[in-house]
Design a protein around this ligand. Structure first.
Ligand SMILES: Cc1cc2nc3c(=O)[nH]c(=O)nc-3n(C[C@H](O)[C@H](O)[C@H](O)COP(=O)(O)O)c2cc1C
Ligand code: SF4
Length: 458
């Protein structure tokens, strides 16, 4: 039996029901309840110029029938990026690229919501331009050890201004909405978190103070785009920090996040996208296997990143550490799908705006049940769609689950810093060559999209 109380239906037949009902937000209507979740890949130029490969990537999902795509991580400024080679939205001359991407996705009756993000101190390969990160704290992150500074109120006002300008560009590009990435350990988690935020000014201490910065950014975005443009927030409902660092404080609880979501709704946010975890990755997100063999293979790309890079590399090669990590990560595969639905439901009960839930979804009956029982209004899917770009069409044909589902092996994640984003589970393909061809297909006909090429006349 799967979470949600449903079992797989082995006999395909035409699908109906909640999945294919449109979803009306205050400022946006989406044709069905399946959102492509944020999946970041290094498809672009070092300086943040978007490429055709990214457009090709997004089109795979638009063609596959998702109602909306929530973009991968888009840095609002260089200091807030996690790795280079992600398309940015930090300058007006980025607008034509996003306009072209949105237009191509829209041709498939698919909406495009762009995720506006800032790393704070949690980064992977920050690049050479910026020496220190800005955060709620001056303490480095315990994993990589990137130097960081506690942002001053003036610096926070600058960041809020950059979020507002990025949202304004998204609107000018004709995109359908923006999502603030306030989940998974990045800048906003660093402020919201009782485990990380050690400030003594008006941005630290009580939950009200810790939420102040996020609410200021919401207000700045509303000031820039008006009240009639879709704005959603992705939040880690529970931090569950002990799952990662057993001796540390557990961080914010679902009850804390329920309060924050109520404030977000009052501030004019149109939807909440529910995730989990104090960091990324975290044993609960993306839940599934931890393969130290894969980690050791790809980790050298981060050896010079942060002061703990080399230490980590040695630790990941140490059998005992290996065992502990794999233990910590181990989840029963059957329990992964919909594993944070309870968190989503707690938030949904507290707010009047739609709630989107992420986490392992790829079974129609589980999704139907989650929507029908009021745990969420829609689901966002990352890996399930990376594995089966046409998942929604499979549901429409009556499959409860795709014939070759995502195995939650997390090899896409382990490869993503070094290799093109895609499904790396060879067991899902007839041959290794087939897998490679599928991964490399994102580069078919890919050239750089210059502002001229992407202009209106195209
Ligand atoms: C390779 C990879 C890249 C991801 N990139 C992002 C990202 O840029 N922004 C974000 O909010 N979440 C990101 N996520 C998390 C997913 O959006 C999703 O919430 C999570 O994987 C759980 O959903 P799933 O089980 O359907 O994949 C990423 C996950 C993976 C596996
Ligand atoms: S590599 Fe493929 S099967 Fe493995 S988690 Fe990623 S999408 Fe799923």
């Amino acid at each position: 039996m799967l979470p949600g109380g449903k079992s797989h239906d082995p006999a395909p037949g035409p699908a109906s029901g909640a999945i294919f009902e449109e979803l009306r937000f205050r400022n946006l209507t989406v044709k069905n309840r399946i959102f492509r979740s944020n999946i970041a890949g290094r498809f672009d130029l070092y300086d943040g110029t978007g490429t055709q490969a990214r457009i090709n990537w997004e089109l795979k999902f638009a063609r596959g029938g998702v109602g909306a795509i929530i973009s991968s991580w888009v840095p609002i400024d260089v200091r807030g990026r996690i790795v280079p080679n992600y398309a940015g939205i930090d300058r007006d001359d980025r607008i034509p690229f996003w306009r072209e991407l949105g237009r191509r996705v829209d041709e498939h009756d698919c909406r495009y919501i762009i995720q506006l993000a800032h790393s704070g101190r949690q980064r992977d390969i920050p690049g050479f331009e910026i020496a220190t990160a800005l955060s709620s704290t001056g303490k480095t992150d315990s994993l990589h050890g990137f130097p960081c500074e506690s942002a001053t109120p003036a610096q926070l006002a600058d960041i809020a201004g950059s979020f507002a300008a990025a949202a304004r560009r998204a609107r000018e590009a004709g995109l359908h909405g923006v999502e603030i990435h306030a989940a998974n350990g990045y800048l906003f988690t660093q402020f919201l978190s009782s485990a990380i935020n050690d400030r003594t000014d008006e941005y630290g201490g009580s939950l009200e103070n810790r939420a102040r910065f996020l609410l200021e950014v919401v207000a700045a975005i509303r000031g820039a785009v008006g009240d009639d443009f879709h704005l959603q927030v992705k939040i880690s409902a529970a931090e569950r920090h002990k799952a990662l660092v057993p001796w540390a404080s557990d961080g914010n609880t679902v009850e804390d996040s329920v309060r924050v979501c109520r404030w977000l709704e009052e501030a004019g946010v149109d939807a909440i996208h529910v995730s989990t975890g104090s960091a990324f990755p975290h044993p609960d997100n993306p839940a599934g296997a931890s393969s130290n063999a894969a980690l050791v293979k790809s980790y050298p790309i981060m050896l010079s990143s942060g002061k703990h890079g080399f230490r980590n590399y040695i630790l990941f090669r140490t059998p005992l550490v290996n065992k502990v990590l794999e233990q910590r990560w181990r989840r029963d595969t059957e329990q992964i799908e919909g594993s944070i639905l309870d968190d989503a439901q707690a938030i949904k009960r507290a707010v009047g705006i739609p709630v989107i839930c992420t986490g392992g979804f790829q079974t129609a009956s589980v999704i139907e049940n989650a929507i029908r029982t009021g745990s969420c209004d829609a689901v966002s899917i990352g890996r399930g769609l990376v594995a089966n770009n046409d998942l929604v069409q499979l549901f429409a044909q009556g499959h409860d689950r795709p014939p070759r589902p995502c195995t939650y092996c997390n090899k896409c994640l382990y490869n993503v810093l070094e290799h093109p984003l895609g499904c790396y589970d060879e067991t899902r393909f007839e041959t290794r060559d087939e897998m490679i061809a599928e991964i490399m297909s994102v580069f078919d006909g890919a050239g750089i999209v210059s502002p001229e090429q992407a202009g209106e006349g195209r």
